[in-house]
Design a protein around this ligand. Sequence first.
Ligand SMILES: [Zn+2]
Length: 166
Amino acid sequence: MNDHRRFGSLDIVRTGELDAHRHFALMGPEPLSDDFDARALHDALKKRSAPIKAMLLNQHIVAGLGNIYVCEALHMAGIAPTTPATRISKPRLEKLVAAIKDVLIAAIAAGGSTLRDFAAPDGELGYFAKDWLVYGREGAACHCGAPVLRRIDSGRSTFYCAKCQK
Ligand SMILES: [Zn+2]
């Protein structure tokens, strides 16, 4: 166990009341559940002008998506990480939701039934070792030939391809 975060509270809640509990009521859907689809994402992003990448890392929009998966899914969907969330059309959101599920399913397939015991080179937990399309590949060639770029937003690295992602 190399998780240095501290989890400081424990609430006892009846199972039937779990979804309504204040912690979970504010949480977005699990990304691999049927509740997470383009319509749900579209509704959650309404009136949100923040960049799509920040929105996908927001637990109130979708639960538990980490930085690596968000970088990879945005690349797969061809969406620039800085695009204002409200400006993304429904067909593009559909592509994005499919990409998020694909990257998670691939991660689970490669890493076994749990993602918990894998750590990325930067110490981020929940990831298996994999050749990512953009993550950790600054300066290397994207499959389109353009170099993978990196930017830092609120202390997190974002890897992306300016040619593939608009
Ligand atoms: Zn590219």
